[in-house]
Design a protein around this ligand. Sequence first.
Ligand code: B3K
Ligand code: ZN
Length: 844
Amino acid sequence: PQTIHLADYTPFGWTVRDVHLTVKLSPRATRVVARIHFAPRGDAPAQDFFLHGEELTLLRAAIDGAEVTPEITPQGLTCPVPDGPFLWESEVEIAPADNTALEGLYMSNGMYCTQCEAEGFRKITYYPDRPDVMATFTVRIEGDEPVKLSNGNPADSGAGWAEWHDPWPKPAYLFALVAGDLRNHPGSFTTKSGKEVELNIWVRPGDEGKCAFGMEALKKSMTWDEEVYGREYDLDIFNVVAVDDFNMGAMENKGLNIFNSSCVLASPETSTDANFERIEAIIAHEYFHNWTGNRITCRDWFQLCLKEGLTVYRDSQFTSDMRSAEVKRISDVIALRARQFPEDQGPLAHPVRPESFQEINNFYTATVYEKGAEVIGMLKRLVGDEEYYKALDLYFERHDGDAATIEDWIRVFEDATGRDLSQFKRWYSQAGTPRLSVSEDFSEGTYTLTFRQTTPPTPGQPDKAPQVLPIAVGLLNPNGHEVVPTTVLEMTEAEQSFTFEGLSAKPVPSILRGFSAPVVLERDSAPEERAFLLAHDTDAFNRWESSRDLARDCLVAMVTEGAAPDTAWLDGLERVIRDDTLDPAFRALMMGGPTQSETAQVLHERGHVPDPDAIWDAHESLRQAMAERWQDLLPALAEEARVTEAYRPDAAQSGKRALGSAVLALQTRLDGGKAAEAQFASADNMTLQLSALACLVQAGRDEAALRAFHDQWQDDRLVMDKWFALQIAATTPDKAPERTAALTEHPAFDWTNPNRFRSVLGALAMHHTGFHAKDGRGYKLLADWLIKLDAKNPQTTARMCSAFQTWKRYDADRQALMKAQLERIAARPGLSPDTGEMVSRLLS
Ligand code: B3K
Ligand code: ZN
């Protein structure tokens, strides 16, 4: 396999004026006729005319009307071409019904659909399939399917055909086509300049009733982008389609977003509060790409974070505005630590802007997305809100219609703010999570904080330079009053001190408020100080964080020294949980505590080898101690969490239900599942039903409930995904691998459907103790299935290989077992390049 380097970028030698496609649909013999106008561009180095094309049968090719015979390889074709502009015509045949990789044109439940990002268009026709080649597209679809959709505006249609025209030049990865027997949930939106936009959510017959929430989310997103970023929609129509077989969440194709049905379909009976929040965020994310991704796209795939980091940042701002900003920030940091930190600290570590890759699909990672968004957040904190929006205005003005780079992005900020951002730019090129330690000094009214930063080596980057760290700090006096409100310290050196004058007593610092930089903060503060911040900090994030720190210390002591749960921390936590002036969602988060993988990560960071069984035991005894300690408090909290009005998936109600399920989980430890059984029987929404079922599984009292749930929902594929996942996720370690194996034999286990595959094998990978079963049966089971799936769907297989990314953290026996499975995958004849690249990076 070939490695591609950022440093080797060269522009394509031709521009494409326009593309005309005729797609004659047929499951095993779709014909694609392309007519493309090319013109040489003077500013590109001399090169052969090369068009990407994979798995295509070329039937005919012509240049300016004269037949030609190109030279064909598995990657594409070359052909002599005239010196000036010319018309390229080709006709190819493809078989969407045989396309199990779900990339290019494929079929899902009888419906045609496409996924072209990153490099799927080359499986539809011969084309310069690279994001810096932008063109207008006209697409004619021929077929009997009642609904036929493509990008842009509808141009014309007749019996058995429909034509679409997209006036906005775009790269091929944003091309989309959908055809099938679909029903629409219609809507409309008037933009701020008075333009009427037709909106549709297209679904399979029977799913019409699950579209209303997505439609409202879309309208809210359109309004928000106008109000906050001044960005208006730019076509007459915006279509969203739900498909069941999809490799990821959703795709921002111009004017025709395609969604994994799990990321758009919602109803109170079938979706949890968390599903609703995620759907709202993904609808927003894909919509926001219309400006950050589509109108301004990426020059090459190394610049992926240009659109993804920024768009994730924008969707997190949107969710903060729609719901609770504090709760969103805490949830984002939990997710960052769970997904991005392990990546950044293991064999898969790579910069936010990678410098080389074999398969770009392997770089749609938490680092590119979530750390990419953190980088934007830091930039905003450093320059301030006003300058940030000034810079964004300039970005849209200067680069509209461009395929841009991170250099362009940084230059916009430098020009708009007058700052030198050369050191800041390191965030894009240097991989790894910086560690930040801090010491303090107080004398004669002057308080000094001294910070040190180091970043451990990552693959290919042994030496790290200091990063620019915005460190948000506030100071509290010993009475718990804030004496210095949040101030952003700008750290640029490896070691740097900051002073605060005129203090009458030694203050208590609240450091890294709002998690102002994605670092590991190493601070050996006294437990009393953490308890003090838990009680008094005005920054909600750090209030939560101080409790989390105490929880981490407590769990580490329990695992490594057999210590008892820390009662002082539990007392402090109880005061917060009891405080009914605080948002129930925030209190639910406070009750949550670290996951077992997080404890493993913390142990690893502190130089211990994590033992999954010991971690399980420690978590169990801690939860049990909480339940017993709070047994008188739980009924009152349950009462407070009760929602009496009709179900609404908004922040207020979801927060209450989140508190309720945290309480129920503890209560189940005291009553063996009585309360959970009652809730399961009376639940009229999926949030309550599923949280009750989780408790019953946990308590081992699940047979009847699992059967009832199955019988109730067996015809709803998205709910059945939950049924599969939950009984693995919530079970005890000894049962997790067996249950997984048994569920792979279930008649409803359609392993070619990525959602179903993930709901079973993904649930195993996320069951920390179950996956890490000492005899290696968890590892073997996952590897067996990855090998099997790879032959059909390399993208989903490769992505799921990251379950092994922390393998070097564990004891020698487990390491050997995991390594053996990775080697077994690597040795598989015919392994896809996608999975091949992942396992070789994991083993390196
Ligand atoms: N841009 C797509 C992801 C495409 C993934 C290709 N393997 C969805 C998104 O980030 O919005
Ligand atoms: Zn995106």
